[in-house]
Design a protein around this ligand. Structure first.
Ligand code: ADP
Ligand code: MP5
Length: 290
C-alpha cells in the first residue's frame, strides 16, 4: 500500500488507539533478575492479559532459579517518586504490591495509595523467596497489617505468610478458615489464602476465598514440579489485571487461577533450580481453542 491509502489507514489506526480505554495496572514490587518472579513476572502477566503494565521498584534482587544472591533496597524517596510519576500522569485502574522489604517503604506506599485514592489494590504480602531468602524484614510485618491491609481490596497470602500475619498455626482447612477470618479483621475487603504450600502428597491445591460472609474454595489438580518460582507474583498480577479490566473480584480470581494453572503446567524447564512458570501459556491455549 502506498501514498494516500496508507496514510488514511495510519490515521484510522492512530484514532482507534487514542480512543481505546486502555486498562492500566501498576506493580509496586522487587525486581527479579531471573525474570520469573517480582516486577518481571507482573509486567509479563499484565501484558499477556492485554493490560498496560507500569512499575515502581522497591528493591533490586540478584536472583536466579538457584536462589537470591543479593538484595538491594531502593530509598523511600525513589519508591515514592516512581509512584507519584505514575499517579501524576498516566493514572491506573488497579495496582498490586509484592516485595516491599521494609516498614518505611510499606508506610510510604500506603500513604501514596491513600493520597491518590486508589481502591483496586491487591496486596501480595511477600515475605520469603521459595529458596528461603528473606524479602521482608521481620519488623515490617506490623506495618503490613496496620498500614496496608486496611487499603486492600484483596490480600493474597500463602499459608506461611497467613501464619505470620495472624500468629496462628495452620494445619488444616479449618485453620485456614480461621486465619482468613482473622485477616479480614485487619480491613481488606477480601482474603485469598493460597494453598501451594499445603502437603505435597495431596492431589489438589485449594485456594480459599473469604469475603467476610462466605467461603469459596478453588480446587485444582496439584502439579508435581519444582518449577514454581513466581507462582504467587503471577497469580496476584493476573488478579490485578482482571480488576484493571473491570472484572469483579470473583471473576478476576477465577481467571487468575486458570492463568497460573496453565503457567505451571506448561513450564519452560529453564535454569538448574526452581524454574519460572510459563507466562504465555494462557494466551497460547486460548488461541488454540479459538
Ligand atoms: N504445585 C502446584 N500445582 C498447582 N497449582 C499450584 C501449585 N503450587 C502453587 N499453585 C497455585 O499457584 C498460586 C500461588 O500459590 P503459592 O505457591 O501458595 O503462593 P506463593 O508463590 O506466594 O508461595 C495459587 O493459586 C496456588 O494454588
Ligand atoms: C523480587 C521477588 N519478589 C517476589 C518473590 C517471591 O516469589 P514467589 O511468587 O515464588 O513467592 C521473589 N522470589 N522475588
Amino acid at each position: 500500500m502506498k501514498g494516500e491509502a496508507s496514510e488514511t489507514l495510519m490515521n484510522q489506526v492512530t484514532d482507534a488507539n487514542q480512543n481505546q480505554n486502555v486498562p492500566r495496572a501498576l506493580t509496586i514490587a522487587g525486581s527479579d533478575s531471573g525474570g520469573g518472579a517480582g516486577i518481571q513476572a507482573d509486567i509479563k502477566t499484565f501484558q499477556e492479559l492485554d493490560v498496560f503494565g507500569m512499575s515502581a521498584i522497591t528493591a533490586v534482587t540478584a536472583q536466579n532459579t538457584l536462589g537470591v544472591h543479593g538484595v538491594y533496597p531502593l530509598t523511600v524517596d525513589a519508591v515514592v517518586q516512581q509512584i507519584d510519576a505514575i499517579g501524576g500522569d498516566l493514572g491506573l485502574d488497579a495496582l498490586k504490591t509484592g516485595m516491599l522489604f521494609s516498614a518505611e517503604i510499606i508506610r510510604a506506599v500506603a500513604d501514596r495509595i491513600s493520597h491518590f485514592g486508589w481502591r483496586q489494590v491487591v496486596v501480595d504480602p511477600v515475605m520469603v523467596a521459595k529458596g528461603g531468602a528473606k524479602l521482608l524484614q521481620s519488623e515490617a510485618v506490623e506495618a503490613i497489617t496496620s498500614s496496608l491491609l486496611p487499603l486492600a481490596r484483596i490480600v493474597t497470602p500463602n499459608i506461611p505468610e497467613a501464619e505470620v500475619l495472624t500468629g496462628l498455626q495452620i494445619n488444616s482447612m479449618t485453620d485456614i478458615r480461621e486465619a482468613a477470618r482473622h485477616l479480614m479483621d485487619f480491613g481488606p475487603s477480601m482474603v485469598v489464602i493460597k494453598g501451594g504450600h499445603a502437603a505435597e502428597d495431596q492431589e489438589e491445591v485449594v485456594d480459599l476465598v473469604y469475603d467476610g460472609r462466605s467461603f469459596t474454595e478453588f480446587a485444582h489438580t496439584r502439579i508435581h514440579t519444582v518449577h514454581t518460582h513466581g507462582t504467587g507474583c503471577t497469580f496476584s498480577s493476573a488478579i490485578t489485571a482482571g480488576l484493571a479490566k473491570g472484572m469483579s473480584a470473583e471473576e478476576s480470581i477465577k481467571m487468575a487461577r486458570t492463568y497460573i494453572q496453565f503457567a505451571i503446567e506448561d513450564s519452560l524447564g529453564i535454569g538448574g533450580g526452581h524454574g519460572p512458570t510459563n507466562h504465555w501459556a494462557y494466551r497460547r491455549r486460548l488461541e488454540i481453542v479459538r
